[in-house]
Each structure stands twice: as structure tokens, then as C-alpha cells.
Design a protein around this ligand. Structure first.
Ligand code: STR
Length: 417
């Protein structure tokens, strides 16, 4: 593995520090340890200390707190040079100027067009195309079965579907999808040496900048072209800002929805009584999607916000200049929010819609409705086409990728009949 960056000697980390495992060997254990460590917990991210918030109610408050900002220059460890581009997680924070990295009025300016393009009403227009992609990929699944009948639901179905959808929205040609999938896989994996990760981020920047220049010269009817064009009387986004938003959309739109679809299939196959209720029409697919979002969040830890003033949380203080992570997996399992059985998957749970997996406040996920549409099409289509769908290996043998911020399976081998 790439050598961990050491910004603080182990002695500097408080006794209660939870070390986040880059290999993700025990995600449930780690989630429980975070919960036990407190509302606000100290964590270690490859040698870099940070705070994390582990409870729904406190996260909700902090996500509305304007004293916490996305601007990396507000981070003491960055300004002092203790954290540099040698840190494997730097790409999660220093991702260029975009709606993901800017706050306040500027953030609204960067985000408005994207969020307007992704409202439930606007998404109805692309539903037929998502349905078409889904049917094509179901055919591909059928065709990809090996001699033993085994096929990887991730590689053949869950992974290409969101890439096609976000590619269509943003105007990224299909010939690039396989390449982008490989690049993001390497970006997120902690097994990728940092120099390779930085090189591929540079390649991605070139690719996206070229795409934006092409769309500037010949606008089409995708969101990238819309981002380039100025609003009536408004100020257009700069090239860097359009590139930043495009990167954020493709990265987020592709990675997170894979998790949502696969985690839902996995949860249903592990809870056949609940799957039966869904197939019998007793419980809706929306309940499956919301409970999956709560119980098995696609994003485990979201990096990062920085305190511009001291912020008191219970007995702890996030000092000015310190970093805060939001641990969405722990938040989804919050007993105060979801009850003593929060660790159980239950599509009939009354609080299933009261999760915060898409965030809260100004940065709340602009793609939330899109992911719900995608999963709402993909899941019923998959189980309608293959009612006998089952795992080809015992559930315990499904392994996670070494990705520190996302909930990502290596593969999901299934039998279709
Ligand atoms: C990946 C690298 C990049 O070029 C741009 C971004 C900005 C958006 C980020 C994305 C990142 C990583 C995955 C994120 C996404 C926003 C939502 C997604 C964090 C840093 C989630 O996991 C929720």
C-alpha cells in the first residue's frame, strides 16, 4: 500500500481516536466503534487527524452551520504544509473550483443550473432513456453468463447503468465510459500508488477541459452545454467552474448509484421474507430504496469541512482550522434517530424516509432524485426479468474494495435463474 502520510505522530492522536482502515476489513465493527466514540469522534485518516460527526441530529445542525466551509485553505494542516498532495485522500478535497468545494452566494451561483436540471419533473423526460439502458443491460447480463451460469452483477449491470445515465446528461460519449470507469476505480482505491492517482486526475482534467471546449464551440442539449451558457443577464461560469461541476457530476453520479443498486439487491437477497413482500406488491420499491440508503449508505465518510471559528459540540470543541468529516454510515445507524434496532434492515421501518444519506443544507446532493429514479427503474426491472436471481457465493464471501470513503463491493456474482 502507498505509505501513509503522517501529519501527526501517533502520540498526538487522542486515546479515543478511531483509525479508519484503508482496507475496509470490518466496516460494521468500525461503524460501531465510531458510534461508541461519541457524537463527535476523533478519527485518523492515513495519519491525518480529523473530527467526525456520528449522529443524525448533530450532523443536521453542523451541515447548516456557516462556520464550516469546504474551502481547503481554511484547513490548518493544509496551510502549514503538513498535508500535501502526497496524502492519498487529497483528491477528495482539492478537486478544483466547483459546487462541491465552494460555499455561500458563490455556491448558489455554481449550483443552480445543475439542481434545476435534476428536479423530479425534469427527470421524467429522461425516464424512457433510463428504461432503455436498463433493458439493454439486462440483455447483456443474460448474455454474459459463464458456463457455470455465474455473472457479475456489478461489472455488467450496476456499474454501466449510472455511467450511461450521467454520460447522457453531461454529454460524455459512450466510447469513453469504460475508460472513465477504470479511472474512477483507480482513483478511489487505496491500493493505487499516489503518483498514479495524481497522474490520472491530471488526465481526467485534460479530458474534461477538452470536452468543455468542444461544447463551448458546439453546444448541444446536455447539461455541460447549459452550464457553459450564461443566464439571461447573468454572469457565466468560468471554464474551471464548468470543468469542476462536470467532474463532480460524473464522479458522484457514477460511483454512488452503483452502491445504491447493489446494496439494495444484496439486502433483499439476504432478507428473502422482505423480498417476497416487495414482489407481492405489499411494500413499494421506494421503501427498499430508502431503507437501503439508510442502512447501507453508498458514502461511508464524506470529506471534508473546515471550521472558520471554534465550534462547540457537547463537551468537545472543533477548533478553528480543524477538519470535520461526516460519517454517513454511522448516522444511518443512529439509534436515537432510528430506534434500538437501527442495525437491522427493515423496509417497513417507520423512519426509513428519515435518513440523511444525501446530506442536508446547501450542499445536499443535487442528484438525489436522479439516483432514486435510476434505482426505481433498475431494481424492479432486474427482479421482473430474473425472478430467481440469487447470489452465486455465500453473502460473507462478498468482499469490499479498499476504498475509504465509499461503500464499494469488489464484485457481486449472481445466478440469474
Ligand atoms: C471526486 C474527484 C473529482 O474529480 C471531483 C469530486 C467532486 C465530487 C465528489 C467526488 C470528487 C467524490 C465522490 C463524492 C463526490 C460528491 C458526492 C460523492 C464525494 C471528490 C459522494 O460520495 C457523496
Amino acid at each position: 500500500m502507498n505509505c501513509p502520510h503522517t501529519a501527526a505522530a501517533p502520540a498526538d492522536r487522542g486515546a479515543g481516536t478511531v483509525v479508519i482502515d484503508p482496507m475496509v476489513q470490518d466496516l460494521d465493527g468500525e461503524t460501531a466503534r465510531l458510534r461508541d466514540a461519541g457524537v463527535l469522534a476523533r478519527i485518523d485518516l492515513l495519519g491525518v487527524p480529523a473530527w467526525t460527526v456520528t449522529r443524525h441530529a448533530e450532523a443536521r445542525r453542523l451541515l447548516l452551520d456557516a462556520r464550516l466551509v469546504k474551502d481547503i485553505d481554511a484547513w490548518d494542516l493544509w496551510r502549514s504544509g503538513a498535508v500535501t498532495h502526497a496524502w492519498p485522500l487529497i483528491g477528495m478535497i482539492d478537486a478544483g473550483r466547483s459546487m462541491f468545494t465552494v460555499d455561500g452566494a458563490e455556491h448558489r451561483r455554481l449550483r443552480t443550473k445543475t439542481s434545476q436540471a435534476l428536479t423530479p419533473r425534469r427527470l421524467e423526460a429522461i425516464r424512457p432513456e433510463i428504461e432503455k439502458f436498463t433493458q439493454e443491460l439486462l440483455d447483456a447480463l443474460d448474455a454474459a453468463q459463464g458456463d457455470d451460469g455465474v455473472v457479475d452483477l456489478k461489472a455488467v449491470f450496476a456499474q454501466p447503468l449510472p455511467m450511461r445515465v450521467v454520460g447522457m446528461l453531461m454529454g460524455v460519449d459512450e466510447s469513453r465510459h469504460a475508460m472513465l470507469t477504470r479511472q474512477y476505480k483507480a482513483f478511489f482505491s487505496m491500493l493505487t500508488p499516489q503518483d498514479e492517482r495524481l497522474a490520472l486526475l491530471a488526465e481526467l482534467d485534460v479530458f474534461y477541459t477538452d470536452l468543455v471546449r468542444e461544447k463551448t464551440a458546439r453546444p448541444t442539449d446536455d447539461l455541460t452545454s447549459a452550464l457553459i451558457l450564461a443566464e439571461e443577464g447573468g454572469e457565466p461560469l468560468t471554464e474551471e467552474e464548468v470543468v469542476g461541476n462536470l467532474k463532480a457530476m460524473v464522479a458522484a453520479g457514477h460511483e454512488t448509484t452503483i452502491g445504491l443498486v447493489l446494496n439494495a439487491v444484496r439486502a433483499l437477497l439476504a432478507h428473502p421474507d422482505q423480498l417476497r413482500k416487495v414482489l407481492a406488491g405489499e411494500v413499494g420499491w421506494d421503501a427498499v430504496i430508502e431503507e437501503t440508503l439508510r442502512w447501507d449508505t453508498p458514502t461511508t465518510h464524506l470529506l471534508m469541512r473546515f471550521a472558520t471559528e471554534d465550534i462547540t459540540v457537547g463537551d468537545e470543541v472543533i477548533r478553528k482550522g480543524e477538519g470535520l468529516v461526516v460519517s454517513y454510515r454511522a448516522i444511518g445507524r443512529d439509534i436515537e434517530q432510528h430506534g434500538a434496532d437501527a442495525d437491522a434492515f427493515d423496509i417497513t421501518r417507520p423512519t426509513r424516509n428519515r435518513h440523511m444519506t444525501f446530506g442536508h443544507g446547501p450542499h445536499i446532493c443535487p442528484g438525489a432524485a436522479l439516483s432514486r429514479v435510476e434505482a426505481g427503474i433498475a431494481l424492479p426491472a432486474l427482479f421482473t426479468r430474473f425472478p430467481g436471481l440469487r447470489l452465486a457465493v455465500p453473502d460473507e464471501e462478498i468482499t469490499r474494495l479498499p476504498v475509504m470513503t465509499q461503500n464499494d463491493m469488489t464484485a457481486f456474482p449472481v445466478l440469474l435463474d
